[in-house]
Design a protein around this ligand. Structure first.
Ligand SMILES: CC(=O)N[C@H]1[C@@H](OP(=O)(O)OP(=O)(O)OC[C@H]2O[C@@H](n3ccc(=O)[nH]c3=O)[C@H](O)[C@@H]2O)O[C@H](CO)[C@@H](O)[C@@H]1O
Ligand SMILES: C=C(OP(=O)(O)O)C(=O)O
Length: 425
């Protein structure tokens, strides 16, 4: 088991290119299952979840070749419609395969997906939408079997603008007979990226980025070369890291349009931010000011940046408040931040952060991906050397995380857990 060691107190400065978005690349890779020919997907980050997705694609019978950040996928010879259970359990995004496999083969067998334990994360909206498209779904012993002779376009209203359900249903509707309308659809940039990719292959998806999506079924998709959008959550994490270390960083390959509310909140906290065509500079002088956020669906404040921002609030001047509206279990970082000296009270979905804490180093545990990111930021700001256990969570979303931060001047390195004891001698 690996840990991250972080010697705090070093300000971040310099330039870094942000990698492609995990949450855009994963549904795009799943969608490549529907294409005829070789798909070439560029700027795919080298992350654990991406490796799981490529393993699944290979198990299904696709050919997958990696050339740096470019993946070549030829799904022509896929000969299985079942995603193995042990791979389904490794990440939430395995569920994205349900729509495309069903669309192409008229059947699919999956089990409940895994992913960050940040709430109950049901898939009822995915299943309800597929049923509306005409799929027959049987749930037995944890397995989900969907069949359909031919999916038919339908009107689907999502009770919540679920990102995953919207993506799955867009993909399922691609070859459906007639027109599908998805109302109360998610509007995240990753939805737009998926729709752009599908349309480049010959699909007809209109309205991505808005609450109503219209998908007209087509007969086939032809593989294309496509570049994934930059990762707005990695960019936001690094921006917050610049603020907590009173640093000055220039991030390249960033689409600032995807970060509107994050930029607003960091400016409210006192950060200076300059926006360029595909880059962003963030610098901070002095301690941040208290801010309050409420996570919600895009274009609201992203739940994935709630925990890193809580680290910022812990050292800010004044009292901040966080309301987590998306996931009911996304405060697991709080106990670990408290171990480092943060003063945080939680009442159900609200956290009150009494700022001004001088964080001190500790051995802490990443309970999930973004909780891990929050702890990295705390380690950067703390006095002494902190150790973060369960780095594998962080590896799901930040490519070569220690190199990423080290490039900006952080003192951060990886250690084996069994070396931790000697680290204190
Ligand atoms: C791989 C990926 O893109 N992951 C992102 C995606 O996750 P994911 O797609 O899983 O998140 P959703 O948007 O589906 O979840 C939003 C809310 O809807 C609920 N829900 C969802 C589906 C469903 O069938 N029933 C239901 O009740 C969830 O429990 C949650 O409370 O969007 C989240 C919200 O922006 C992000 O935090 C994740 O990083
Ligand atoms: C919650 C996240 O990922 P996933 O949906 O893949 O668990 C995340 O990226 O913060």
């Amino acid at each position: 088991m690996q840990c991250l060691a972080i010697e705090g107190g070093h300000r971040l400065s310099g330039t870094l290119r942000v990698h492609g978005a995990k949450n855009a690349a994963l549904p795009i890779l799943a969608a490549s299952v529907m294409a005829v020919g070789e798909s070439v997907i560029e700027d795919v980050p080298d992350l654990q979840d991406i490796r799981v997705m490529t393993t699944i694609l290979r198990q299904l019978g696709a050919k997958v070749k990696a050339e740096g950040a470019t993946l070549r996928i030829d799904a022509t010879r896929i000969n299985s419609t079942e995603v193995p259970e042990h791979l389904m359990r490794l990440m939430r995004s395995s569920i994205f395969l349900m729509g495309p496999i069903l669309a192409r083969f008229g059947r699919v067998r999956v089990s409940k997906p895994g992913g960050c334990t940040i709430g109950s994360r049901p898939i009822d909206l995915h299943l309800k939408g597929l049923r509306a498209l005409g799929a027959v779904i049987e749930e037995k012993h944890g397995f989900i079997e969907c069949t359909a002779n031919r999916l038919r376009g339908a009107k689907i209203y999502l009770d919540l603008p679920s990102v995953g359900a919207t993506e799955n249903l867009i993909m399922a509707a691609i070859f459906a007979e007639g027109v599908t309308v998805i109302e109360n659809a998610a509007r995240e940039p990753e939805i737009v990226d998926l729709a752009n990719y599908l349309n480049a292959m010959g699909a007809n998806v209109q309205g991505a980025g808005e609450a109503t999506l219209i998908i007209e079924g087509v007969g086939r998709l032809t593989a294309v070369r496509y570049r994934v959008i930059p990762d707005r959550i990695v960019a936001g994490t690094l921006m917050a890291a610049a603020v907590v270390t009173q640093g000055d960083v220039l991030l390249q390959n960033v689409d600032a349009r995807h970060l509107g509310v994050v930029i607003d909140k960091l400016r409210e906290a006192g950060a200076e931010i300059s926006v360029y065509d595909s880059a962003i500079r963030v610098w901070m002088v002095g301690r941040p000011k208290a801010i309050s956020i409420q996570t919600t669906y895009y274009p609201g404040f992203p739940t994935d940046l709630q925990s890193p921002l809580m680290t910022l609030m812990s050292i800010a001047d004044g009292t901040s408040m966080v309301t987590e509206s998306v996931f009911e279990g996304r405060f697991k970082h709080v106990s670990e931040l408290r171990r480092m000296g943060a003063n945080i009270k939680v009442d159900l979905r609200t956290a009150l952060i009494e700022g001004g804490s001088e964080l001190t180093s500790a051995v802490v545990e990443a309970s999930d991906l973004r909780a891990g990111a929050a702890l990295i930021l705390a380690g950067l700001a703390a006095k002494g050397t902190s150790y973060i256990e369960n780095v594998y969570h962080i590896d799901r979303g930040y490519e070569q995380v220690e190199e990423m931060f080290a490039q900006l001047g952080a003192k951060i390195w990886r250690v084996q857990k069994d070396q931790l004891a000697t680290a204190f001698e």
